[in-house]
Design a protein around this ligand. Sequence first.
Ligand code: ZN
Length: 133
Amino acid sequence: MANLTKRDIARLQQRLRERQEELRRYIDGALKEAQTDDAIAAVAPVRDVGDESIAEVAASTNLTMLDREMSELRSIEAALERMREGTYGRCEDCGGEIERERLEAYPTATRCTECERRLERSRSGGVDKSPSL
Ligand SMILES: [Zn+2]
């Protein structure tokens, strides 16, 4: 299994940033649409705040429809943070390397395939729902 090269990481980073931008625009738009809500109006303008703040703003609202987007955005931010720290691609369970193919398919993955499968099994009570590569 080939290690991730700096170039691989740079490429994945680019993909994550594009997706992050997309999500932020989407969330930003949804928050603006919902600005009849006083709580949201009070923290506007959302556009000028940082990534964490935008997450807090959305979390403090009742925009549960944004849950999926918000959690994806958080995963992306965490992955970008790991890239900055140089811990990207390391399995958080066993400390081993996450397969390159897996990161290509799921750049925000925090576990290697084996650990993810084990986790999925324990969560789903025996049914393996781990996404195939
Ligand atoms: Zn692992």
